[in-house]
Ligand binder design. Structure first.
Ligand SMILES: [Fe+2]
Length: 266
């Protein structure tokens, strides 16, 4: 299912689209994103103009953490996706959105996949978390629990926030690759911002059609990795099956509340 990136075939318009998206995000992100993300941009030299060439990118990424980026034609089946992650391969689309789609995309493109996801793969702790997630996915597939585990990915890898000395910061790829959500997730009064709790979050559905109504805040990447490695997911899945689902906008009595959202944006 892997395809060549075929970097030579990108048009000047496609490279210019990357450059516009990149310029807009890097101008806004430094005061909003986890410092490890900025470090990753530097380590991987992603600020060079144009769509990154995976061969060049991988030289730096492999030497940082042993991860590499591989191109795929479209959506990858779950088991294949988990196998890639478990072997430190991140799958990315090779296409880029059109200039008319700067702010809205139905499926992830190379800007989301590479700009959003790859900088943190240069961080050793986050890199280990992603591999642990892939291995967890392989086990979840055997337990019929992929739907639950997918929520962990969604609320961390795609839409996670992290606590820092300077305040809450973004790290989820779905946020950092979106101009609108980079502002909304941190500044808007509408969404909840709640402490990360693995079991709670796996009872919580998510939105695929709009910005999230709740974001979950980790203390550190070390916390995220440690909990993922130390949790015995089999008994946890079984226990969760006996519990009710939690609404996307709900705040529970034992949630750690950084911000109780007004939920004005529905
Ligand atoms: Fe993504």
């Amino acid at each position: 299912m892997l395809i060549p990136q075929d970097w030579q075939s990108y048009t000047p318009t496609e490279h210019a689209t990357w450059d516009s998206l990149f310029a807009r995000q890097v101008q806004m992100l430094p005061a909003r994103v986890a410092p490890e993300f900025i470090d990753g941009l530097d380590i991987l030299r992603l600020s060079r103009p144009g769509i990154p060439d995976f061969d060049e990118l991988n030289e730096r990424l492999v030497s940082a953490t042993g991860w590499s980026v591989v191109a795929v034609p479209g959506l990858v089946p779950d088991e294949e996706f988990f196998d890639h992650l478990a072997n430190r391969r991140f799958v990315a689309g090779r296409f880029i959105r059109t200039p008319e789609q700067m702010d809205y995309l139905q499926e992830p493109d190379i800007f989301h996949d590479v700009f959003g996801h790859v900088p943190l793969l240069a961080n050793p702790v986050f890199a280990d978390y992603m591999q642990a997630y892939g291995r967890g996915g392989q086990r979840a597939a055997g337990l019929g629990a992929i739907r639950r585990l997918a929520r962990l990915y969604w609320y961390t890898v795609e839409f996670g926030l992290i606590r820092t000395e300077a305040g809450l910061r973004l790290y989820g790829a779905g946020i950092v690759s979106s101009y609108g959500e980079s502002v909304f997730a941190l500044d808007d009064p509408s969404p909840n911002r709640l402490g990360f709790d693995l079991a709670r979050l796996m009872r919580t559905d998510y939105r695929i059609d709009d910005y999230q109504q709740s974001y979950f805040v980790i203390d550190s990447f070390e916390q995220l990795l440690k909990q993922t490695l130390e949790t015995d997911f089999g008994p946890l899945y079984a226990a969760l099956d006996g519990q009710s689902e939690i609404g996307v906008d709900a705040v529970m009595d034992d949630d750690v509340v950084y911000w109780r959202g007004t939920q004005d944006r529905k």
